[in-house]
Design a binder for this molecule. Structure first.
Ligand code: NAD
Length: 338
């Protein structure tokens, strides 16, 4: 059963490839290595004992995408991770984001329509909910005006797929709206590899603890939350990866209720920034150098997932804890700095 994973050498993609191979799927990865390293392939191979097929290809190259699908028309499912994901960078360079996140989606989706089995899974994000006061937030909540070009590419991406599904009944697609993926594979053979200054909390914490950064800035200590810091739903990347395998199986087994479905993928539990810091200090036994600074513009105060739909309809539930995720992230940081 051949599955194409675009962006499969990236953070979430690589963990998903591991889970797919563990379940017996034959994986082909497309990645242009713009935000990943070829060594990730060795990590996947070391964990699973199987080297996935890898094709270095830039999905912005429409002709190359067409040629790839001509050569691989036996693909039974496509999981599309490839995209740029830095919110700040998207504000600075919106066209780069629209080109890489929207054009590539269109090129890949067009080719999926030429396959015998048209199963497509899309990496969406809780950013589509924007500033919200509905907590926990369910899939029925209205999509709000995007806070950044990056967030907009996810909204547009969902709309492109939804509109296509309306007129192409053979296309079956699921968008997974991820909350905040953190952690690494427990083997510490793959994990998050931020290029430059990390945009996300957990790699910033582990890099500060290991001495790459001097101090963690906690943006805002006066929010109306239990300890004044922002609240997010941190989901272990291994749990998130497993959600993709379950979603793919749902499509392959034709268990989907409509040909376009959306699921929140989170734990359903909100954790504050200071709770994450405390978890890190407890697990690592280290004191973290952090400072509470002014609020950062555009930050949502609190968001966490309503997970009923994913639990009951998709049949997926997060199993790992915040401590599990933090422990794995710390193990990974120590390994890559050894
Ligand atoms: P990542 O940057 O680690 O992985 C993306 C991979 O895609 C990288 O390996 C990159 O080299 C590749 N890629 C990018 N553009 C490409 C192109 N034109 N052609 C071929 N390969 C290309 O990111 P990630 O954290 O693994 O995120 C995966 C997906 O999940 C993205 O779509 C992202 O927007 C989405 N997402 C991520 C988060 C998060 O916090 N990490 C949250 C919500 C949604």
């Amino acid at each position: 059963m051949k599955v194409l994973v675009t962006g499969g050498l990236g953070y979430i993609g690589s963990h998903t490839v591991v889970e797919l191979q563990n379940e017996g799927y034959e994986v082909i990865i497309i990645d242009n290595l713009s935000n990943s390293s070829i060594e990730v392939l060795d990590g996947i191979t070391a964990i699973t004992g199987i080297k996935p097929q890898f094709v270095k290809l830039d999905l912005k190259e429409k002709q190359q995408v067409e040629d790839f699908f001509k050569r691989h028309n036996d693909v039974r499912g496509v999981i599309h991770f490839a995209a740029n994901k830095a919110v700040g960078e998207s504000v600075e360079n919106p066209l780069m984001y629209y080109e890489n996140n929207v054009n590539t989606l269109v090129y890949v989706l067009k080719e999926v329509l030429s396959l015998k089995q048209q199963n497509f899974i899309f990496s969406s994000s809780c950013t589509v909910y924007g500033q919200t006061d509905q907590l926990p937030i369910s899939e029925n909540a209205p999509v709000q005006a995007a806070q950044s070009p990056y967030g907009n590419t996810k909204q547009i991406g969902e709309e492109i797929i939804m509109d296509t599904c309306k007129v192409k009944p053979d296309l079956n697609s699921i968008s997974l709206r991820y909350f905040n993926p953190i952690g690494a594979h427990p083997s510490a053979k793959i994990g998050e590899l931020p290029i430059g200054v990390p945009q996300n909390l957990v790699p910033f914490i582990t890099q500060t603890a290991i001495g790459i950064r001097t101090q963690l800035s906690v943006f805002g200590g006066d929010y109306p939350t239990s300890d004044g810091t922002c609240i997010r739903d941190y989901i272990h990347v291994v749990d998130l990866a497993k959600a993709h395998v379950i979603a793919l199986k749902r499509l392959l087994d034709q268990k989907n209720k409509t040909n376009y479905e959306v699921f929140n993928i989170g734990t359903g539990k909100g954790s504050s920034v200071l709770e994450v810091v405390n978890s890190f200090e407890k697990i690592s036994g280290k004191n973290l150098n952090y400072k509470i600074v002014d609020r950062r513009k555009g930050d949502v105060i609190a968001i966490y997932a309503e997970t009923k739909k994913a639990n009951e309809i998709l049949g997926w539930k997060a199993e790992l804890t915040l401590d599990d995720a933090i422990g794995s992230a710390w193990k990974w940081e120590q390994r890559i700095n050894n």
